[in-house]
Design a protein. Structure first.
Length: 538
């Protein structure tokens, strides 16, 4: 590593350590001690990434694994084993299994210690003579006293100053007044001392966000097939359902962790449109997700442990499940109730998202604009904002409310043959397909100044109009500051103000229906109005 005075040794192996080389000494001194020294440039980014993967592997012991800070030497991690040690028969057996697997799977000799504070555990792991000590709460001061001051995770400059003043061990600092140290040294000294003794909190940053609920299963024999993984995930979900039901919540997102025999960890995230406790639905989504990623993964090593965690839980409203009427709200028979429709629609969305990707299923969201092309945007499906179908959505389109009839809507096929009133209110009709950009219509024949079109040519085809409905007038958004807002112009690339539009729903002799508009008010906004095709009806 690069430092003042030239490069220094960042790490040594056992042979170099036996030759007397120490971490942090100048490289020139190391070469003088060992003429056969082999040197490689330190890659801190690669070391940090490897430590992240190792900490992720360690989540097989506890959901909370946190790598050490780089300033302390990126060569270890903390594990919060409170509430997890009993699963391995106690703290001694847990750290023994951890050290054995690190040596067996990765070839990494490990120094492990257990303490009530991260600072004490760090100090014991690096400087305690005994291997794998387990420190009881309240014994931090006695255990740290004989250790060197470097055990407090202080900077090299602070350690050098303390040693010049005669302080060589942690015990030499414990019973002295704090005021002189606060005046002479930075806040780092007293903060690290208090953290090691449990007087100050030391927050840890987990390698992955800690789950809300977690279930883990260790296997006697590794499993390889996707069917076995899904079957075990189903049992883990069944175990989580009990605590989810107890807390009246459901899983909104799940994380499946697959621990391979060679030490690699695969994580699969599954999101749901609505919170759920349905074991079968969760298992099916896991199956679909694994099927989508199986082609890019190597499962030849097999998995020796599988974990399922609820990373986001949301309340599930209580609803009556018995004595439901077999009829809808208006007394008409319905095969599915409103809740069933919602759940079936959410299940369909979940399946599509697992197959196509989380951002491939989108919905239209309204925007505060009355201009048709800007009134809606496509956004990822959100269960809170998604409009699920209601029982009334399955009724025939011929049954309309009184407001629709008052607005001028007529379900009869001859509505274009009569003189209909302009559309207004909730009865405004919009095309099934809105073109991304309105396309000019040519050779338009229309009655002026406000008559509907009688003939037009679009994309090289001429259409004769047999019926028209409209106009529906949509004015420009005048409140936009036109010189600085390009969206206030009628068409992309045109540097002129947006004009008023008169929309018509027209039908030709072949039954094709178009949504056209005339741009500009004759004599007021333009001398020659232009026509555009903006959408198509079914």
């Amino acid at each position: 590593m690069t430092a003042a005075g030239g490069p220094r040794v960042a790490a040594v192996n056992e042979a170099a350590e036996a030759a007397g080389l120490r971490r942090g000494e100048p490289l020139a001194d190391a070469r003088a001690k060992a003429g056969f020294l082999q040197v490689r440039a330190a890659d801190e980014a690669a070391d940090g990434a490897a430590l992240q993967r190792l900490a992720l592997w360690a989540t097989r012991y506890t959901p909370t694994a946190s790598p050490w800070n780089v300033e302390n030497g990126a060569d270890g991690f903390f594990l919060d084993i409170e509430g997890a040690a009993h699963l391995f028969g106690g703290e001694e057996r847990l750290i023994a299994d951890l050290a054995c697997r690190l040596e067996k799977n990765f070839g990494l000799p490990a120094r492990v210690a257990v303490a009530a504070t991260p600072g004490a555990a760090w100090a014991l792991a690096r400087f305690h003579a005994a291997r794998a000590p387990v420190l009881l709460p309240g014994e931090e001061a006695a255990a740290l006293s004989p250790l060197p001051i470097e055990a407090l995770r202080l900077s090299p400059e602070t350690c050098a100053t303390l040693r010049r003043l005669g302080f060589k061990s942690v015990g030499a600092l414990l019973d002295l007044p704090r005021a002189p140290f606060a005046a002479r040294f930075s806040a780092e000294l007293l903060r690290r001392l208090d953290q090691a003794l449990g007087r100050a909190e030391e927050p840890l940053i987990p390698v992955v966000p800690p789950p809300v609920y977690h279930s883990l299963r260790y296997l006697i024999e590794p499993i390889v097939t996707q069917e076995a993984v899904v079957a075990l995930a189903r049992r883990l979900m069944q175990a989580l359902v009990h605590v989810l039901t107890r807390d009246d919540v459901g899983a909104r997102t799940l994380r499946l962790a697959l621990y391979r025999v060679d030490g690699e960890v695969r994580t699969v995230d599954i999101g749901f449109t609505l919170p759920t406790r349905d074991v079968a639905h969760a298992a099916r989504m896991i199956d679909l997700k694994l099927e989508a990623v199986a082609a890019t993964q190597d499962e030849s090593f097999g998995f020796e442990a599988i974990g399922l965690a609820v990373t986001l839980a949301e309340p599930i409203p209580i609803r009556q499940t018995e004595f439901n009427s077999p009829f809808g709200a208006n007394g008409e028979g319905s095969e599915w109730g409103a809740d069933d429709r919602t759940e079936r629609c959410a299940a369909l969305i979940d399946a599509l998202r697992q197959r196509l990707g989380p951002h491939s299923v989108r919905q239209f969201e309204a925007v505060a604009s009355h201009i048709p092309e800007r009134s809606e945007v496509l956004a990822p499906v959100n269960g809170e904002a998604f409009q699920f179908p209601s029982p009334e959505s399955g009724r025939s389109n011929a049954k309309r409310s009184d407001s629709d009839q008052a607005a001028g809507y007529d379900p009869s096929p001859d509505r274009f043959r009569r003189s209909d009133p302009p559309l207004s209110g909730e009865g405004k009709m919009r095309p099934l397909l809105l073109l991304p950009r309105a396309e000019p219509a040519e050779e338009v024949m229309a009655l002026v100044p406000d008559g509907p079109p009688r003939r037009f040519c679009w994309r090289g085809v001429t259409y004769d109009i047999v019926g028209a409905q409209g106009p529906e007038r949509i004015a420009a958004e005048w409140w936009h500051h036109r010189p600085q807002n390009p969206s206030a112009y009628s068409h992309v690339g045109e540097r002129r103000p947006a004009l008023t539009r008169d929309y018509y729903l027209v039908e030709d002799a072949g039954g094709h229906r178009f949504w056209l508009y005339r741009e500009g008010l004759l004599g007021r906004e333009t001398a020659a109005a232009r026509w555009f095709v903006h959408g198509l009806f079914a």
